[in-house]
Design a protein around this ligand. Structure first.
Ligand code: 5RP
Length: 223
């Protein structure tokens, strides 16, 4: 079952963390298990850690797990562990299914080691089946949407579950989920961020060191 696979891969990643590490804490249902296991290790092994959350969600989970919180102002990140929505063979990612990709990219890209934890369904030959999340300053919603369409994308504003308004990110912005043919991930990542009003997009290139892939058979480490 998928939840069990996520637990296995999250728990295994938590075993990589060493006493004294400053840890980037990703966002999502897979990193939920990573943070949970760190909490268990803090109690069982008296592990001393500092955590840098990538969202309010991971901030509150980390507090529950008794991880001491710090910031990028105070510390460099030794290791960041985060989930992904798609991973291609070159370890390019689409992230942002949880609307947290802006801070995730800041924390994950600053880490000495960045480990991605996914279940096997996230491994793809080519990015783009999952729409690319683009965080947008609200006042730029219309102008950015027009530009995204000009670039060949099909943007949909992400709506809150009750459909009574847009999802608002931790930074107070909106999200477009944009269907693209992602032929050149690096180029698209750069071009999207060049649009006035775009805060950050969910394509992550050139920053992943390791991917832990969970399946029914176990967890495989790709480097
Ligand atoms: C949040 C993310 C998540 O890491 C991504 O959506 C994967 O989530 P999950 O582990 O729940 O499948 O990028 O912004």
């Amino acid at each position: 079952m998928i939840t069990e696979i996520k637990r296995k891969v999250g728990y295994l990643a938590a075993e990589q963390i060493k006493d004294g590490d400053v840890v980037g804490l990703g966002t999502g249902s897979t990193t939920h298990f990573f943070i949970e296991k760190l909490g268990k290790r803090i109690v069982d092994e008296e592990l001393k850690l500092l955590g840098i959350p990538t969202s309010y969600q991971s901030f509150f989970l980390a507090k529950d797990a008794r991880i001491q919180i710090t910031t990028l102002e105070e510390h460099d990140v030794d290791i960041a562990v985060d989930g992904a929505d798609e991973v291609d063979p070159k370890f390019n990612l689409i992230k942002g299914g949880g609307a947290a990709h802006t801070l995730e990219k800041i924390v994950d890209s600053s880490a000495s080691k960045f480990v991605v934890i996914v279940d096997g369904s996230k491994m793809v030959d080519k990015l783009g089946n999952f729409p690319v999340p683009v965080e947008v300053i609200p006042q730029a919603s219309r102008t950015v949407r027009d530009q995204l369409i000009k670039m060949g994308g099909s943007p949909t504003m992400r709506m809150a579950e009750r459909k009574d308004g847009p999802v608002v990110t931790d930074n107070g912005n909106f999200i477009y989920d944009v269907k693209f043919s992602v032929d050149n991930p690096k180029l698209l990542e750069v071009e999207l961020n060049a649009l006035p009003g775009v805060v950050e997009n969910g394509i992550f290139t050139d920053i992943v060191d390791e991917v832990l892939v969970g399946t029914e058979k176990g967890v495989e480490t790709l480097k």
